[in-house]
Design a binder for this molecule. Structure first.
Ligand code: 13P
Ligand code: SF4
Length: 322
């Protein structure tokens, strides 16, 4: 509608005027992803968002995603201004892994290598030996296991169990979860598969183990999009945030994408299949991040000492992923 078109036009102009670029995650709303693409920004998984922001020559990054993504961008590009549509967009994994408790857990097992998911605060990253995202976690843990390392894994217990099962690595697990993926239900998924016997099941590994067990492909957002594109099936049942359908449908035109069932009934479920924090990245909020004189609701800062420490495990991941 006219109001939206107006916001889009203003955002485009402000991006140019301020030498800024929009970096969006696959879980943001389709209109945000489209805007990022149209304006020369990027739409990607969390690993690629970090790389793109670091390597792009713009002075300012507008990170449409959740807080840990903004912090990661700032850690990798301290000289850039990093803005977010709202700093209130967080993540249940980040919330569920406070630094003081996590640090105690690590201190109790000093002979373990600490591997944390990117979905954590800068302070938790600073306490870690390695940071991983879901697209590189399996390879990194395989590598550490081959070196005989014992691992502390945090915070996502489902992703951790999946990796432990695949690699056989010795992993002590923090008990966090993603409120979106934790909702997917195996029983209802089995029933849905009976109605669509030729559909392949695609699952993000933040989902519970009994859902992952039903998958034909398990992977990060970018890996699931690739699977929909390359697998011969014409139908897919997809267990991840529904924001992914925009890019997945572009990558697999003509194929049928079906949402995997969640526990909610639509009336009571606050989180099912769409992350409430990702949903905060609306056009109005993006416009505000660029136009507001007072940036306290938008600008990401990371303490210098924390930044120096968090950069080490982040760079380890990026170097490993090369
Ligand atoms: P990726 O698979 O894109 O790394 O997703 C992680 C995630 O949950 C972002 O919210
Ligand atoms: Fe965090 Fe889950 Fe939202 Fe991703 S989808 S930001 S893991 S709560």
């Amino acid at each position: 509608d006219a109001e939206k078109a107006d916001y889009k036009a203003r955002i485009k102009q402000l991006l140019i005027e301020q030498d800024a670029v929009l970096v969006a995650h696959y879980y943001t709303d389709p209109e945000i992803q489209a805007l990022a693409e149209e304006t020369g920004g990027c739409v990607s998984d969390s690993l690629e968002m970090a790389r793109f922001g670091r390597d792009h020559p713009a002075k300012k990054l507008i990170v449409a995603g959740v807080k840990f993504m903004g912090e990661t961008s700032k850690i990798l590009s301290p000289e850039k201004t990093v803005l977010m549509p709202t700093l209130e967009a967080t993540c249940s994994l980040d919330i569920g892994c406070p630094i003081d408790k996590f640090s105690e857990f690590c201190d109790a097992h000093p002979d373990h290598t600490v591997v944390v998911y990117a979905n954590t605060s800068a302070a938790v990253k600073a306490r870690a030996d390695w940071v991983v995202t879901s697209s590189i976690a399996l390879e990194i843990v395989e590598h550490l296991d081959a070196e005989g390392k014992k691992i502390i894994w945090g915070p996502d217990r489902h992703l951790g169990s999946y990796i432990a099962k695949e690699t056989g690595a010795d992993m002590l697990m923090w008990q966090g979860d993603c409120i979106v993926h934790d909702e997917f239900k195996a029983k209802a998924l089995r029933e849905l598969k009976i109605q669509h016997p030729n559909a392949a099941i695609l699952v993000h590994p933040e989902s519970p183990a009994n859902v992952v067990a039903l998958a034909d492909a398990v992977g990060s957002t970018s890996q699931l999009i690739k699977a929909a594109q390359t697998m011969a099936n014409q139908e897919f049942i997809v267990a991840t945030d529904r924001g992914i359908f925009y890019k997945m449908q572009q990558a697999a035109p003509g194929k049928t994408l079906i949402e995997a069932p969640t526990g909610g009934n639509g009336a009571t479920c606050k989180s099912c299949a769409h992350c409430p924090w990702m949903a905060m990245n609306g056009l109005q909020a993006i416009e505000a991040s660029l136009s507001a004189e007072d940036k306290t609701q938008h600008e990401v800062f990371v303490d210098d000492a924390l930044r120096d420490e968090a950069l080490i495990p982040l760079n380890r991941m990026l170097d490993f992923a090369k």
